[in-house]
Write a protein that binds this ligand. Structure first.
Ligand SMILES: Cc1ncc(COP(=O)(O)O)c(C=O)c1O
Length: 476
């Protein structure tokens, strides 16, 4: 028998808070009959979001083409969907049970390039696009590509989506953290970037890339064009590649905020020497097709030999799954205005995004009214990163900075654990994403139905008051 001590230490070190101990406890409590409000993970369809009809119809027909021979097919499926399914099968005659080429089906790569061109009014090259099993696999592929040796450093935001810290641990790379500026709505701060990279270089780390998540997870922020320009100039100055994680690009809930892709801003700046890897996914937006594992990566400003290495990497695991590729196609080429399925598509899309907007507003407004809690209003993504006032650790002077941060992580974990036990609300402690020392947060999704969100705000208020009283009594 092998034991844990025989395993890859990098894997043992890697952590992924979104599915950590608190969630395990939530499953146990649910089994015991307690009602749980799952606000821990951006998994929309697990929280009652309905799949889009056109997309599932397309999948049904492409997975089982004999349906198209049935006399009743025209009653069940709109004409444009039947035609689209026929088109997919003509472009991929081997059907979804066969491997595709490593980069993904060519016609879908072309459709992705059209989508980018139309979205940003810029050129996009289908031969620089790779279809991936969700954005996660694309992101990890680029980490593999850029990690020259174990001294290669990746700049990542704090707080961040834990895929990044976990991948860095797993691959044995170096993490260069930079703090997002909470006061400025979680923007990136140039001075902070400069300080963190200089410190890393001083420690003999070789920075190779900067990761930016926009719209932000866990912050719900949407970056301004100016901020993106600053990041591009910074990357250029230090010869860094940019990893632009743009999986929430459809999730914007404010007329004052707009999604700007790095590709667009960089093209407008006339910059063509900063390698850019952009990621998108079928998991988020209004599709919420997390389980289908669809997505793509687009590489810019890399030569064909570099791109070839990415394709080779993809070929080592053959290709992305075909259902995910088709869902990606459906995402980038949804029903058109004169199509039979268009009306339903628009109605479903607007309902999902409209409800998310309402829920973001409820959370943004109501949580800010709770004494001891505050948050920057979430204008994007599916999350809010709520700051909680908890008493500082007693006799802090007696601890090293590292010990103190560990104690603080324990404190926000305990807070979230007790929140779950008492109220059934399942959130993720801020320490799972990283946060400035001596601050406490938790991340909450606004995916549950509106009624549950309203109930949740009331419960949070009562819990927080009681928790503080208890802490005071225990004099921790
Ligand atoms: C910022 C961010 N990037 C990437 C991912 C991974 O998405 P996918 O399901 O496409 O792998 C997530 C998932 O929550 C995310 O929040």
């Amino acid at each position: 028998m092998i034991t844990v001590n025989d395993l890859n230490p990098n894997l043992l070190k890697a952590e992924y808070a979104v599915r950590g101990k608190i969630v395990q406890r939530a499953y146990e409590l649910e089994k015991e009959g307690k009602k749980i409000i799952y606000c821990n993970i951006g998994n929309p369809q697990a929280l009652k979001q309905k799949p889009l009809t056109y997309l599932r119809q397309l999948l049904a027909l492409t997975e089982y083409p004999p349906l198209m021979e049935e006399p009743s097919v025209n009653k069940i499926f709109p004409k444009d969907i039947i035609n689209k399914a026929k088109y997919i099968l003509s472009e991929n005659p081997n059907g979804p049970g066969a491997y595709t080429q490593s980069e993904g089906m060519n016609f879908i790569r072309k459709a992705v390039a059209n989508f980018i061109s139309k979205r940003d009014n810029i050129d996009a090259d289908p031969t620089r696009i790779i279809l991936t099993d969700g954005a996660s696999k694309g992101i990890q592929a680029v980490f593999t590509l850029l990690m020259k040796n174990s001294n290669s450093g990746f700049m990542i935001p704090i707080p961040q989506y834990p895929l990044y810290t976990a991948t860095i641990s797993l691959y044995g790379a170096k993490q260069i953290s930079y703090y997002l500026d909470e006061e400025k709505h979680w923007e990136l701060n140039e001075k902070e970037l400069e300080e963190s990279i200089k410190k890393a270089i001083k420690n003999n780390i070789e920075p190779v890339a900067i990761v930016v998540i926009n719209p932000g997870n866990p912050t719900g922020s949407v970056l301004s064009k100016e901020n993106i320009k600053m990041i591009i100039n910074f990357a250029r100055k230090y010869k860094l590649s940019i990893l632009a994680d743009e999986v929430y690009q459809e999730n914007i809930y404010s007329e004052r905020h707009k999604f700007y892709s790095f590709a667009k801003v960089m093209t407008e700046m006339g910059i063509n020497d900063v390698p850019l890897f952009s990621f998108h996914s079928t998991s988020k937006g209004f599709l919420g097709e997390c389980g289908h594992r669809g997505g793509y990566l687009e590489a810019r400003n890399v030569d064909s030999e570099v791109y070839y290495q990415l394709v080779k990497l993809q070929s080592i695991s053959l290709c992305a799954n075909t259902a995910g590729q088709i869902v990606t196609y459906a995402m980038v080429d949804p029903p058109h205005e004169n199509d039979e399925s268009y009306e339903t598509y628009i109605k479903e899309k607007n309902t999902i995004l409209g409800e998310l907007k309402k829920k973001a507003e409820i959370l943004g407004e109501e949580i800010n009214k709770i004494k001891g809690m505050s948050l920057k209003h979430p204008y994007g993504a599916m999350y809010a990163f709520v700051k909680i006032d908890l008493p500082q650790i007693k006799n802090a002077k007696n601890y090293t900075e590292k010990e103190l941060v560990e104690l603080e992580a324990k404190r926000d974990f305990e807070y979230c654990y007790e929140l779950l036990e008492e109220t059934g609300i399942c959130v993720v402690p801020g320490s799972g994403f990283g946060q400035k020392p001596h601050t406490y947060h938790f991340r909450i999704t606004f995916l549950p139905p509106i009624d549950e969100i309203k109930e949740l705000v009331k419960k949070l208020k009562i819990f927080h008051e009681n928790y503080l009283k208890r802490l005071e009594k225990e004099n921790k």
